[in-house]
Write a protein that binds this ligand. Sequence first.
Ligand code: ATP
Ligand code: MG
Length: 421
Amino acid sequence: MNDILPPESAQWEWFETKVRSLMDRYAYRNIRTPIVEPSALFIRGLGEVTDIVEKEMYSFEDKLNGEQLTLRPESTAGVVRAAVEHSLLYDGGKRLYYMGPMYRHERPQRGRYRQFHQIGAEALGFPGAEMDAELILLADALWQELGLKDVQLEINSLGEPDERKAHRAALIAYLEGNVGLLDEEAKRRLYSNPLRILDTKNPNMQALVENAPRLIDFLGEKSLAHFNSVKAILDMNGVAWKFNPRLVRGMDYYNLTVFEFVTHQLGSQGTICGGGRYDYLIEQIGGRPAPAVGWALGVERVLELLKEQRSVQLQSAPVVYAIVPDAVALPVAMALLQKLRGLGVSVQMHSPAVRGEGMGSMKSQFKKADASGAQYALIFGADELARGGVIVKPLRDGGSQQVEHPIHHVADWAGTLQSIA
Ligand code: ATP
Ligand code: MG
């Protein structure tokens, strides 16, 4: 689990602001659900025989009432629970998005942490392929907005439950014929959840997985038509996609369209975003049956990729640094700084590091002002204050002169400070 400190946290805020603006343009509304949910929600929602439920959940017993709880490993189940609990779909479908920390007990490595952050978009109550496509277009627009390159879209269709059943039988027969090549986990999952085996990260099993029966060959006309509609919309929008018949995703709740955005630039943790349709989850969690589709992206991985590809210059500096030669001026100075902030100016006040030794020399205060990156120093000198003035000294553009301003005209010159910054 990582601390996210300044100045790096500025990248996070920059990214989150971009996402909020984009979500607004696609009419997705923010939803915030608790970080802790009953364990049963994830066990039922994600599927018992999945990596997350089998070995990655942070679960504990509430000591006060014995309830089994889990730190959310993902947010779709929680969003669906909230939608059901509050009857969000009573007047039609809802487009929602969230941001926040998720928890999975994994082996920490680059791009894989135990507390990590996801941003997700979910469209609940819409059955059409156009909504699968809208969500993919939304993610694609985000990569463009961020200036990310070399992100490939992989898509597949998992079909419907009855189609999966036929595939399952063929898959089990195939795996039984190759039982010597299965690792312990795969052997365990052979009859409980064979599709999961296709999602293995074991490099020794990749050839086996490559040659396994493909789900797509078991899909009926309707499922294929849905898949083709998604692809047609992507094509018309110039979004390149690659059909990956092995793509199954890590949770059991998916059906029909599944997709991932992957990059080669992050080593083996190359999936930056994944999602798909989950038309049966709402009913499974206790709601009236309603279709849904969504995705989640890994914030750490996206920011890491951004760092690999381009440097985003973020200026996090105040506009004004207030220099106070003598502590007696503090009440007047701080009242003026409050006014400036009220007018929208970013202000950092000098505060000495040692107690009882005054405000520090002018030299040391100017040094701090410089290091802060501020555009201007405001100097609350005793002589100027006595006649109702304060000095504004430009710190950045070399030659320009300091000017004394009347304190009571602060609103006038605050405007000019802002526009230059
Ligand atoms: P992976 O196959 O890499 O384990 P996943 O299929 O478990 O990923 P999802 O549950 O689909 O991942 O989560 C969506 C996205 O969240 C992933 O594509 C990835 O970018 C990010 N993500 C998942 N787990 C982690 C983690 N432990 N640390 C950082 N990011 C993660
Ligand atoms: Mg995983």
